[in-house]
Structures are given as C-alpha cells and as structure tokens.
Design a protein around this ligand. Sequence first.
Ligand code: DQA
Length: 146
Amino acid sequence: VPVLVLNGPSLGLLGLREPEVYGKDTLADIDELCRSTAAARGLRADCRQSNHEGVLIDAVHEARTAHRGIVINPAGYSHTSVAVRDALAAVELPVVEVHLSNIHRREPFRHHSHVSAVADTVICGAGAHGYALALTHLAHLLEENR
Ligand code: DQA
C-alpha cells in the first residue's frame, strides 16, 4: 500500500517559480526524490499535484483506503483552507506537513497553517530536502504504529 505525496497550488511551477524562495528543483525532481526516499524504506510514494482545493480534498479522502499515510505541502491553502484541514482530520492517517520555505521567517499571513493542528509532524525551511525528511519520518511513524 503506497503513501500519498500531495502538492498544492503552483507547486507544479517549482524551478521557475521564485527560485530564490523555493529553490531550483522542479516538481519532477522532488517527486523523484520522494520515490527514491520511500523506496529506500520499503515504501512506494504516489505523487500528485493539484491547483484545486476540491481535488486535493478528494485525494485525501481516497487516501483513507488507498494509502498508508500522507505527506502534504498544501501551499497557499495551508493558510486559508479549513476544508483541507477537515479532510485530513477525517481520514485518521499519519500526516507530515512540508513547506520548502521557512514560513515563520516570511510574511505574517504565512505564519499560521490550518493544517499544522492536524499534522503529526511539520517540516519547513529545509527546501526540497524537507520532502526526503518527511518521507523518512513517515516511514518511522508507520514502523512505530505497526
Ligand atoms: C509553501 C509556503 C506557502 O506559504 C506558499 O503559499 C507556497 C509554498 C512552501 O512550500 O514553502 O505555495 O507551502
């Protein structure tokens, strides 16, 4: 059973989008990093990206039966979406929230994430490496819960 790696709005433009903030890696590079990090721990990463809140929510619901845990970068929806937060709370899977940038060092409107209250773990400011940390930690949580 795979783990879900879910990326929110505008993360499909990584590499082109504000590289001084988000780094030079593309989403394809990050997906590959996620798959290889997961594989090294005997897991399979199913990587998805959407710009649409409802599509992200549907993916979270689907994960309830199709995945063992979730790594999510909700991007801009972190700061606005009670609905994404509620979906994550509803599925009762281990959740690791990732942000490439250190959201606490940026504009005040980025300091609060609705998702953090329902995440087991939050990783921010580690750039693309944060995804490798997130998958390593998700594997650890899954080991613990066995
Ligand atoms: C982000 C941080 C968010 O504030 C922003 O809206 C993003 C990306 C990050 O990965 O650093 O789109 O989640």
